[in-house]
Ligand binder design. Structure first.
Ligand code: A3D
Length: 320
């Protein structure tokens, strides 16, 4: 069987980490693409030289021409600019929208059958625009945010309870902004919902509220510490989990930014919801019941995404 092909558009901090993880997991051959000539080639060569030590079989190449991504099974997009301290994700909109237009054209011409995972911020608006620019089927174009946001939530909860991260499940709904919705009712430790853990005296409502708030601001916390860019290890790990679910038809239940066509009362918008990811891409959108408070938070988050989508349409009338 021929090896799968994974194309990484953007060979920066996340792109390089994606390449390393995909190679270590032998998910397929890897093409790193970037507009800065030399960077994708250099990272591909550096990573290739680690193969004899780690013993992985994956061919890594670097390119600055879209023809190199031809026939890719998975494309992960991180092209664009990340946040610096003091910037919100939304500040990146204008510049990254132009990048999505170029990437969309490249996908349309060279990798129309790929499963596309967008990571570029502001996430929900950028994946929406990328799907429009590329013309690829919406179930094959998704955004990575929920896996990362729920991983952050799980890590903070595991620390609070002093238990293994493996036994903490959590997911986060809504757009990838500061008004995302970490779901307390649907998050558990070994199947025990968080509200029950409060009753059992494991934690308090106030501590849980603080963890929810820290999760919402999780990206900003890293930006403030790094000062030169944003998080990349956990974002790359999360993107690879989504790629693997598709390539291996795992049918994993993962929160992703998916194209909604009426689910949760939302139409033609990308927003974070639980999905089943398998060989068909987004095979199912899981519609959970939200209580009144969750619904209000979700709607606020969706409204923020709508504002950004309208801004995209204002900048590029072809999207309207
Ligand atoms: P960085 O290390 O700057 O890498 C971005 C790369 O994109 C650079 O190497 C650029 O040269 C390249 N690039 C710019 N324009 C183009 C283009 N037109 N075509 C191809 N390549 C181009 O950033 P990063 O890897 O740290 O972050 C990448 C993106 O991910 C940013 O937009 C971040 O905001 C975003 N991000 C999202 C999350 C989510 O959870 C959604 C988390 C962390 C970062």
């Amino acid at each position: 069987m021929a090896r799968k092909k994974i194309a990484l558009i953007g060979a920066g901090q996340i792109g390089g980490t994606l390449a390393h993880l995909a190679a270590l997991k032998e998910l397929g051959d890897i093409v790193l693409f970037d507009i800065v000539d030399g960077v994708p080639q250099g990272k591909a060569l550096d990573l290739s030289e680690s193969a004899p030590v780690d013993g992985f079989n994956a061919r890594l190449t670097g390119a600055s021409d879209y023809s190199a991504i031809a026939g890719a099974d998975v494309v992960i997009v991180t092209a664009g600019v990340p946040r610096k301290p003091g910037m919100s994700r939304d500040d990146l909109l204008g510049i990254n929208l132009k990048v999505m237009e170029a990437v969309g054209a490249g996908l349309r011409a060279h990798a129309p059958d790929a499963f596309v995972i967008c990571i570029t911020n502001p996430l929900d608006a950028m994946v929406w625009a990328l799907q429009k620019f590329s013309g690829l089927p919406p179930q094959k174009v998704v955004g990575m945010a929920g896996v990362l946001d729920s991983a952050r939530f799980r890590f903070f909860l595991a620390e609070e309870f002093n238990v293994s991260v493996e036994d903490v499940t959590a997911f986060v709904l809504g757009g990838h902004g500061d008004d995302m919705v970490p779901s307390v009712r649907y998050s558990t430790v070994a199947g025990i919902p968080l509200p029950d853990l409060i009753k059992m005296g494991w934690t308090t409502q106030a501590k849980l509220d603080a963890i929810v708030e820290r999760t919402r601001k999780g990206g900003g916390e890293i930006v403030a510490l790094l000062k030169t860019g944003s998080a990349y290890y956990a974002p790359a790990t999360s993107g690879i989990a989504m790629a693997e679910a598709y390539l291996k038809d795992q049918r994993r239940v993962l929160p992703v930014a998916a194209h909604l066509t009426g689910q949760y009362g939302v139409t033609d918008t990308y927003v974070g919801v639980p999905t089943v990811i398998g060989a068909g891409g987004v095979e199912r959108i899981v519609e959970i019941t939200l209580d009144e408070a969750e619904k209000a938070m979700f709607e606020k988050s969706v409204a923020s995404v709508h504002t950004l989508i309208e801004a995209c349409k204002g900048i590029n009338p072809a999207l309207a």
